[in-house]
Design a protein around this ligand. Sequence first.
Ligand SMILES: CC(C)(COP(=O)(O)OP(=O)(O)OC[C@H]1O[C@@H](n2cnc3c(N)ncnc32)[C@H](O)[C@@H]1OP(=O)(O)O)[C@@H](O)C(=O)NCCC(=O)NCCS
Length: 135
Amino acid sequence: MEIDINELSPVKEDFISLHQTTGWNAKGLYTYDQLYTAICNSWYSVSIYHNRHLIGFGRIISDGVYQTLICDVMVHPEYQKQGIGKKLMEALINKCEEEGIKWVQLFCAKGKQEFYKKLGFVGRESEAPGMSLFI
Ligand SMILES: CC(C)(COP(=O)(O)OP(=O)(O)OC[C@H]1O[C@@H](n2cnc3c(N)ncnc32)[C@H](O)[C@@H]1OP(=O)(O)O)[C@@H](O)C(=O)NCCC(=O)NCCS
């Protein structure tokens, strides 16, 4: 399959329809305008297109030196299990390598551990877990 990989933010309508396939905003915590503003404020993002349709997206929030979080990695359901997610992640990781970043973090959604493990990610030590605060 011929795909295009692009570093520019996707247009809002494309991003929203891809995001809706994930069901992540089911509780409507944020408006789609807010989510779009969020991705446009990323340090780096990767969009993948097939026949000009946005089929994959992922982004990095970073200070550009050492704190780096990969988030919002998504592939359209019709294109999953075809290596698109892996290509997305490789592009994000390559950018980190190019910039000399040595430590990349992410939050893994339920059931996606194997996907990230295959890319070399490991879970945090149980004595040093990630923590969150909902406010
Ligand atoms: C997670 C996601 C991005 C994976 O994208 P994808 O394009 O289907 O993944 P790929 O086809 O590139 O898979 C790469 C490898 O990981 C494996 N893999 C992918 N998803 C997997 C899963 N859920 N469980 C186990 N293995 C998985 C593939 O089998 C493949 O293995 P291989 O290299 O040995 O053939 C995609 O399922 C998705 O967008 N899900 C909905 C949104 C989401 O949950 N994002 C993750 C948030 S943390």
